[in-house]
Ligand binder design. Structure first.
Ligand code: HBI
Ligand code: FE
Length: 288
């Protein structure tokens, strides 16, 4: 039986990826990494993306990310998940598992709660080199997996999965997904008095990396969990608001409490537009 694909955000477009694969996609949406299916052009795309993106990191990416990136292994071709897992499991008990693309929230959260990170196994076409809306293997591996080698971040991701299952029971997936978006995907961090990126959506984007960290246009405010959960987001443009943390430990501590009362509070509050600003917002000055 073929599993149903997921849609991202409020998109009406069916997701990319083959969710049948001749019966190879399991009920939990995992599948074998179809390594033999990668063409020479696919390996070349990965290698060129890796090279361009890793050259942009100094001064823009957080220290933890730069330190962990070499753990991904080979960069001149698409890595085998098996090889990554040999190191990753020893480092933090996490594993990457292949999926055909975006998957629904419950299976997604379930994998995270079990320290398994779903990685889309296909890669963008050469003509999509600079931009692709949905996550491909480059976004998932390069953007997300290095920080799974960091013990504090690794524990935070597992807790997020468990929190997602709870949010689902409480009908609050949308609120929690916004927090995910503004932290794990588009989060910024202060280090030595400067802004650095830790969010995967930023770190895997050639254009948004410098924009998020340096450009004067977007607002950068200190992370407030309730504030982030109230804020809508755009999936097809650079962010207009970025939320800033001081450390992964701080992120872990801020997201550890039971969100049940927050979800109740949120039901009585109005949502905020992606570019809205509030008098109580704390701007992230560049001296921590
Ligand atoms: N599926 N493969 C994949 N990758 C994601 O990042 C992902 C997903 N499904 C749901 C989802 N993200 C979002 O709903 C998160 O906000 C939870
Ligand atoms: Fe992502």
């Amino acid at each position: 039986m073929a599993v149903k694909p997921a849609v991202y955000g409020n998109s009406e477009r069916p997701p990319r990826g083959d969710y049948s694969r001749g019966g190879e996609v399991a009920a939990d949406y995992t599948c074998p990494q179809n390594y033999a299916a990668y063409t020479a052009a696919d390996h070349d795309t990965y290698s060129r993306l890796y090279k361009r993106q890793s050259a942009l990191l100094p001064g823009l990416a957080c220290d933890e990310f730069i330190a962990a990136l070499p753990s991904l292994g080979v960069s001149e071709r698409i890595p085998r998940f098996e090889d990554i897992n040999n190191k990753l499991f020893k480092a933090t008990g996490w594993e990457v598992v292949a999926v055909p693309g975006l998957i629904p929230e419950v299976p997604f959260f379930t994998l995270l709660a079990n320290r398994k990170f779903p990685v889309t196994d296909w890669i963008r076409k050469p003509e999509e080199f600079d931009y692709i809306v949905e996550p491909d293997i480059f976004h998932d591996l390069f953007g997300h997996v290095p920080l799974l080698f960091d013990p504090v971040f690794a524990d935070h991701m597992q807790a997020y999965g468990a929190g997602g299952l709870k949010a689902h029971r409480l009908g609050a997936c949308e609120q929690l997904s916004r927090l995910y978006w503004y932290t794990i995907e588009f989060g910024l961090m202060r280090q030595r008095g400067e802004i650095r990126a830790y969010g995967a959506g930023i770190l895997s984007s050639a254009g948004e990396l410098a924009y998020a960290v340096k450009n004067a246009e977007p607002q950068r405010i200190m992370l407030d969990v309730l504030r982030a959960m109230r804020t809508r987001y755009k999936i097809d443009s650079y962010q207009q608001t970025y939320f800033v943390i001081d450390s992964f430990q701080q992120l872990f501590d801020m997201t550890a409490p039971d969100f049940t009362p927050l979800y109740q509070q949120l039901r009585r509050m109005k949502e905020l537009a992606a570019d809205e600003s509030l008098p109580e917002d704390a701007p992230a000055g560049t001296s921590a």
